[in-house]
Design a protein. Sequence first.
Length: 238
Amino acid sequence: MARKSLVEMVADELLDRIIAGEFPPGTSVPGELELSAKHEVSRMTVREAMKTLEAQRILSVERGRGTFVNPLSRWSSLEAVLRAASEGVDDAAAAVQLIELRRMLESGACELAAVRISDIDVQTLHRHVAAMRAAHKINDVAAFVEADLAFHDLILQASENVFVAVLFEPLHRVLQKRRTQTSRVPEIQAHAIDHHQNIANALETRDPMQSRDAMDAHMEQTLNDLKTYVLEAQATPA
């Protein structure tokens, strides 16, 4: 892997501070002098790093006022958005939007997979559900998440649409973290098992709309569970 340039390092470190909440949306970031002193680099290096983040619409320069952090919804860098979704301190909105994205893509992928999936792959889906059940019984979150991700990955591959697979590849790290977070809740595990079983059964019938509806119902349940068991719990004072 190629070493990062000084410009990339400064841009990454500033992005880390933004994601960590040190500079919330709408606030200004330090000036060139302060950043060059902190990172022990030239002002030119800092200027180029700021231009990098500005090109990704993470920062906006207002002449005569300073450089300000844009809301996440305006960022144009998928990598930066995924980092924020994975590492951000206030990521409730990103968590909801991630499920909304999955619902749009995975429901369609499941519809395509219904007429393209092999008998062997259907059997594998049932084995993944069985693995989820076994992990649920002993509360093995890591094994549960592994089987859950494998189940969804197989359906994406079975859709035989290369664009779907390419779109989902950068999401894997974030999805794994999200699944680990939500799968710590036994009730969420139980709901997921039931819905995964319904999806596998629907795909076994080779009925596209039944398969799409089964995946859509799973995504709706996932969103409801996130709001009920995770986001509301985080918002409730201890």
